[in-house]
Each structure stands twice: as C-alpha cells, then as structure tokens.
Design a protein around this ligand. Sequence first.
Ligand SMILES: [Zn+2]
Length: 239
Amino acid sequence: MPIKKRTLLAATFAAIGIVLVTLAFAVPGPVACTLVALQGFKSLPEGTLVEPGSSQQEQAQVAALLSGARARIEKTYGTPRAQPTIVFFQDSQKFWPLKLNSHGSTNFLGSRACVMVGPKGRNIDVIAHELMHAELFDRVGAWRKFTQIPAWFDEGIAMQVDFRSRYELPPGELANTTYVRRLESTNQFFNQSGQQLVKNYASAKAEVAVWLADVGAQSVYQRFEQIREGEMFSAAVAK
Ligand SMILES: [Zn+2]
C-alpha cells in the first residue's frame, strides 16, 4: 500500500479510536452495559444478568430484590411494564477504566434502558428507584424523555419509591425546595457533590410528593402517556 494511503488509514483508525474512548468516558454506563455481554455475564430466567460464577443463593437474592422493588412501584404508581436490561455486578474493576456508580444507574441505549446495580445498590430502595427511571423512559419514549422531562422531575418520581432516610428533609427545610425546579438538565442537577447533591434529591422528592398529593400517584402513568403523545410536560403535569 502506498505510504500516503497507509498514513490516511492509520489516521482514520486513530480518529475512530479517540471517538470510542471519549464516548466510553463520557457515557460509561451504556458502554459498560454493552460490555456485559463480552464479560460472560450469566442470564437468569427472566433475563437479568449476573456475574459469571454467581451462586444459587445470590441468584435467589437478586430475584427477591427485583420482585420487592416491582411490588413497591406497583403499590405507588400501579403495575410497572418496562422490561429494561438489568445487570447486577459486584466488581466494578471489571469495567476499568470506566467508572460506574457502585449503587445503581440507569442508562439509555437508543430505545432500550439498562439498569446497572452495583455492590452497594443491592437493596429495594436503589433498585425500585432505578426501575422507576426505566419505567418513565419506557412510557414517555426516548425522544420525549430527553426533550421534555426535567431532571428534577425524573429524580423526584424515582425518589417516591426510594425510602432511604438521608433523602428525607427535616420539616424545617421543606419550605425551601422549589429551587430544585430550576435544575432541568442532568448537568444542572448532578453538578453538585456531597450534601448539596443529597439536598437536590431530597428536594426533588419533596416537590414531587406535594404534586402527587394533589393529582394522585395513580394518574402518573396516564400523564406519561399524554407526554408520549405530544403534550408538553407543563400541560401534562398540570392538574
Ligand atoms: Zn435517580
């Protein structure tokens, strides 16, 4: 091959490589979700993926956690219908150099949601929270999710089925939660750390709880459907 052509080819591959690496760091969750297939994860009967070599006991625990989480969603909003890919991993080193949330995260690959549950997320609170993100995504659709649903609302909806006590605000602070409605993009919502991020979650939970007390949690799926059909977010969440 002429040198010029070879250089061009090498440059093209280098460029593709840079794009892939950048993508992996920008969106580690979806990339990790894709990698799971290559890591030999084991598929349980309902399609949940666990690490290869996981014990029967661990698989039973995973099944129990999932059914507990779904029961909690059902009790709050009604029967969930989303069927995201769900991956339980113990060892985030497996995905090195990607940094995965060791609790849980929900990632979106086109029209498919992928819930990654880490070693610290093996509890009903985290799993119900993540499954609720997948539920909203399934019901409003990918496009509407990214163009219509503010981050604070998505988190607030998920927090209703997440009972971790650190996200409960003391009564004195309940009056100061409206600021969270300005955090519309995920960048704005998560661009905090430590106590302020905890406060964002707690405030989103409180704001959505007040709204739900008004409109009824059982009306939420119907409202998601309206958004899917083209109604603006502000109209669909109005009374
Ligand atoms: Zn969340």
